[in-house]
Design a protein around this ligand. Structure first.
Ligand SMILES: Nc1ncnc2c1ncn2[C@@H]1O[C@H](COP(=O)(O)OP(=O)(O)OP(=O)(O)O)[C@@H](O)[C@H]1O
Ligand SMILES: [Mg+2]
Length: 486
């Protein structure tokens, strides 16, 4: 065991006040006072989204509905399911063409092709969702009943022209999606979490709970997961800050990634896990498996909702507790939202250095109070001070992610947890993001700056892992950049 959880060299961990003062008073070079400056690192603009198809007239849906009905009568669905998708498509094409000529439907060739695509998607896939699922630039798909579907592209939400025939068709598709992972959604169990085969995270809430029709939310799985280098390229973090994050991942700091909904927490967690050594045994616990670790020795665990009878649920807490009996070296919790916070801290504190988790909070300080309240509300009757002591001795770094009002995603803080001063947990920012203005297009202008901390608290840990030089170089470089910016 190594780190705050044990003692470095002689004398154990210093008190917080000492640590803070020591960190500031032991500059590697010269600790620079930090002040916001008006120069900026501006992210390259995101690629333009593909053009949206024009909104279809209502007659299109009437015609499609008529042809679809005739197709379903003419086709043997059980035979169709035995064919591969190309042959099934050919079969549908022949029958649809026949129906079009029999019913004297007037259509151009391109309209016929569109209609055929739509019908194939309905019969073979997820209907109107298919074109959205095929796009890799979409982060979220949000279906609010049959006639309104929104997507999030480039951090901004927009309405699409996608429509379902009716709520019954939408419900059918929801059912088809969740049944792929052995779950069901209907009036009796109207809430369901699931996953698409490609790894996209899915939530369905159906009537009567959702008043305006089945509501489906999909966090699209990105085929090419973002890397830390890409986050640097997008301006989510400065190159020096990125380097420090890589070191934090490598030297087994216990990390909490905090952020609001869709701020990029899971992405960041995935990035950090890239720097875990290949020979470490990693166990991941998630509600819906989203993480994609590249290491060879990973065990992936997923929670289970209760059955229709309300039995058989396996909670995140059950998983984290079980992890401890699986000889983990690192435990990664996709999202901490309840009493499992206690078990994760225990794990961090008992030799599973380098464990990580994400949670919903708007600042590093709020992240700390969220953890405390999750533990208190979990029914652990521990005095507040004991919980805080536990937090201080287990969490090394809090990384804060945010989606800003212009839709951009930024890492706004890299903050160390230092210690307890009285009853207050003290922290120290290493990197922060300052917003310094807004360009005429409404894009926020800002820059990451180091706070001039001479020696981070995890300095000794970096030394132990032989990353001391790299850490010093990254801190020096960030100070140089700051000086140049001033
Ligand atoms: N720095 C970034 N720049 C651009 N896109 C990003 C960035 N970080 C994350 N994204 C994209 O934003 C979307 C949401 O990211 P992610 O799933 O990591 O968020 P989250 O905070 O975990 O969300 P939730 O609270 O729903 O779990 C994803 O499509 C991801 O690819
Ligand atoms: Mg997430």
């Amino acid at each position: 065991m190594f780190g705050k959880r044990s003692s470095f060299g002689s004398g154990g961990s210093p008190t917080h006040a000492d640590a803070s003062a020591a960190a500031k008073s032991q500059p590697r070079t010269s600790a620079m006072p930090s002040t916001p400056v008006p120069s900026a690192r501006i992210a390259p603009p995101p690629p333009p989204p593909p053009p949206e198809p024009a909104r279809r007239p209502d007659e299109y849906y009437v015609t499609k509905s008529m042809i679809f009905g005739a197709l379903i009568e003419a086709i043997d669905l059980s035979q169709l399911s035995k064919l591969d998708s190309e042959s099934a498509r050919e079969e549908i094409r022949d029958i649809v063409n026949e129906i079009i000529s029999l019913k004297n439907v007037v259509m151009s060739i391109s309209e016929q092709e569109d209609l055929l695509d739509d019908i194939c998607n309905d019969v073979l896939g997820f209907g109107p969702l298919e074109p959205l699922l095929a796009r890799d630039d979409i982060a979220d798909i949000m279906v609010n009943g049959a006639s309104r579907t929104f997507i999030e592209v480039g951090g901004k939400i927009q309405l699409t022209n996608i429509r379902f025939r009716d709520n019954a068709q939408l419900m059918n598709i929801c059912q088809r999606i969740v049944s792929q992972v052995g779950r069901r959604v209907d009036e009796a169990s109207p809430i369901c979490d699931a996953r698409l085969i490609d790894g996209s995270r899915v939530n369905v809430i159906a009537p009567p709970l959702a008043i305006d029709g089945p509501t489906l939310t999909i966090r699209k799985f990105k085929k090419d997961k973002l890397t830390l280098d890409q986050l640097v390229k997008f301006g989510a973090i400065s190159p020096e800050g990125g380097e420090i994050l890589k070191i934090i991942g490598r030297v087994r700091c216990n990390v909490v990634i905090s952020g609001g909904t869709g701020s990029g927490k899971t992405t960041l967690l995935n990035c950090l896990t890239n720097y875990i050594d290949a020979d470490e045994r990693i166990i991941t616990c998630e509600d819906a498996a989203e993480l994609q670790l590249q290491q060879p020795h990973v065990v992936r665990l997923e929670t289970r909702p209760p059955s229709l009878e309300g039995t058989g649920a396996i909670s995140m807490r059950d998983l984290v507790k079980n992890c401890l009996r699986m000889r983990p070296e690192r435990i990664i919790v996709g999202e901490v939202r309840g009493p499992e916070a206690f078990d994760l801290l225990q794990a961090m504190n008992t030799g599973h250095d380098g464990s990580m988790g994400t949670l919903h909070a708007n600042s590093p300080r709020e992240a700390l109070s969220r953890i405390e309240s999750m533990i208190t509300m979990g029914g652990f009757s521990l005095p507040a001070r004991t919980i805080r002591e536990m937090m201080v001795s287990s969490i090394d770094v809090i990384v804060q992610a945010a989606r800003l009002r212009d839709g951009s995603r930024r890492i706004t803080h890299i903050t160390e947890v230092l210690g307890l001063e009285g009853d207050v947990i003290t922290t120290q920012d290493l990197f922060v993001y300052d917003i310094v203005g807004e360009d005429p297009q409404g894009k926020l202008i800002g820059r990451h700056r180091s706070t001039g901390v001479g020696r981070p608290r995890f300095w000794e840990r970096a030394r132990y892992y032989n990353e001391e030089q790299r850490l010093a170089a990254a801190l020096d470089a960030s100070e140089l950049v700051d000086r140049a910016a001033r």
